[in-house]
Design a protein around this ligand. Structure first.
Ligand code: F6P
Length: 353
């Protein structure tokens, strides 16, 4: 029997189980045997997999996380040879890799070595180029918008500035859309620098207009006066620092300059946890079914993508760029970031202050 395998890599996000279920159900329907690797590329390296049957994927549609487990394993060139060997020895008709930019860049490297791979983009950050949206994002902005809603009453009661730190490394989609939906009074994104003086001016202007509180939504990747705030300088396997702490730093500075009592709130992994929204379940499902269709047509080296109302296949290489690996200093491939466009930020700016 022909075999299709799947895996989930990188940070988890709501909707992964919907995609796993969809890959499994569609592939079973088309007569494939379906296998799931545990913990991303680590599972392929260790030949650690299990059958995905109809029973195994039953009752997981509404669950957050991933039943396959995940990891940020980044295979070295030697390990890539091992991956190819393992995949070939299993005689897989296709490997469907569900992940963000890191996982998809490994998929692209594998495809160049002849592996029949298809990618499915996921991340709460919504920062993958080539697709209008990744699943996980809708759930994350709903959680973040609800948090901003809740912060209003306590900010107003205490006449405080509340700075909410949200995920988003190079692209501030979560802070932008949760900020817009929750009515934040200032939204700070990695894409659009703003000086501390300007930030404080907006807060003071709001106070002068009679509002006794302000809510600031800031993406973790926002650079205050050009400086990125990290919770650990140590680089992960893909050469990324651990971001975190901008909310607290900003809050201290705002309080010092404006004299308004301020507090920071970090939503952190709450944005990634729990039940996926209906939208993310549907998008994950559409992506999973389309990935199997691409595999059946032999359209390897592609990833599924949302374009307007349609889910299509695009070559992974069309969104791959070469960058310098911060860890090794050598060139490496990664997926281009999809950043917030200025026109959209300009809409959010109408409501600043
Ligand atoms: O999945 C992307 C992301 O949510 C980023 O926004 C964040 O910086 C990162 O993951 C944190 O991941 P972890 O703490 O799991 O390493």
């Amino acid at each position: 029997m022909k075999k299709i395998a799947t895996l989930t890599g990188g940070g988890d996000c709501p909707g992964l189980n919907a995609a796993i279920r969809a890959v499994t159900r569609k592939a079973l329907l088309e007569g494939y045997e379906v296998l799931g690797f545990r913990n991303g590329w680590a599972g392929v390296l260790k030949r650690d997999y299990f059958p995905l049957t109809r029973e195994r994927v039953s009752g997981i549609l509404h669950l957050g996380g991933t039943i396959l487990g995940t990891s940020r394993t980044n295979p070295t060139d030697d390990q890539l040879d091992t991956l190819v060997e393992h995949i070939q020895s299993m005689e897989l008709a296709a490997l469907i890799a569900i992940g963000g930019d890191d996982t998809l860049s490994v998929a692209s490297r594998l495809h160049k070595r002849g592996v029949p791979v298809i990618g499915i983009p996921k991340t709460i950050d919504n920062d993958i180029d080539g697709t209008d949206q990744t699943f996980g994002f809708d759930t994350a902005i709903n959680i973040a918008a609800e948090a901003i809603d809740r912060l209003h009453s306590t900010a107003e009661s205490h006449s405080r500035v509340l700075v909410v730190e949200l995920m988003g490394r190079q692209a501030g989609w979560i802070a932008l859309e949760a900020g817009m939906a929750g009515g934040a009074d200032l939204v700070l994104l990695p894409e659009f620098p703003m000086s501390l003086a300007e930030i404080c001016k907006i807060i003071k202007r709001r106070q002068a207009s009679g509002k006794n509180f302000s809510i600031v939504a800031v993406a973790e990747g926002f650079k205050l006066e050009g400086t990125e705030v990290t919770s650990s300088k140590e680089l992960d396997a893909f050469g990324h620092v651990r971001l975190g702490g901008i909310g607290e730093v900003l809050c201290r500075e705002i309080e010092k300059i404006t004299g308004i009592e301020s507090r920071a709130v970090v939503l952190g992994h709450i944005q990634r946890g729990g039940t996926p929204s209906a939208y993310d379940r549907v998008l994950g499902t559409r992506y999973g079914v389309k990935a199997v269709e691409l595999a059946m047509k032999g359209e390897f080296g592609k990833m599924v993508a949302l374009r307007g109302p349609d889910v299509i296949g695009i070559t992974i290489d069309s969104v791959i760029v070469e960058v310098t690996d911060k860890k090794t200093g050598k060139p490496k491939l990664r997926v281009r970031n999809r950043c917030v466009p200025k026109e959209l930020y300009d809409v959010a700016k109408v409501f600043f202050g």
